[in-house]
Write a protein that binds this ligand. Structure first.
Ligand SMILES: [Zn+2]
Ligand SMILES: [Zn+2]
Length: 79
């Protein structure tokens, strides 16, 4: 299955709602946590060679599909 464009905004909203509704955190704290998670998610989905995201690469991890990019394989960030 091909991963479609990842919706970071949706993820952010879901995390904030979770911490507000279920954990009763303050709005500031919930936003802070959501920001950290989204940053991390974005980082692990970004190719270290060409800086395009996983879904820009064919079947996630092979050749990059972005027009002028000649990256042949998605390179995962370290740790
Ligand atoms: Zn690329
Ligand atoms: Zn790449």
């Amino acid at each position: 299955m091909i991963e479609r464009g990842f919706d970071f905004t949706k993820l952010y909203g879901r995390i904030v709602r979770y911490y507000l509704d279920k954990r009763r955190y303050s709005k500031e704290r919930a936003n802070e946590i959501a920001q950290k998670v989204v940053q991390r998610e974005r980082r692990i989905r970004t190719c270290q060679k060409c800086a395009h995201l996983t879904y820009d690469h064919l079947r996630n991890y092979e050749s990059c599909l972005v027009g002028e990019c000649d990256c042949q394989k998605f390179e995962r960030p370290l740790a």
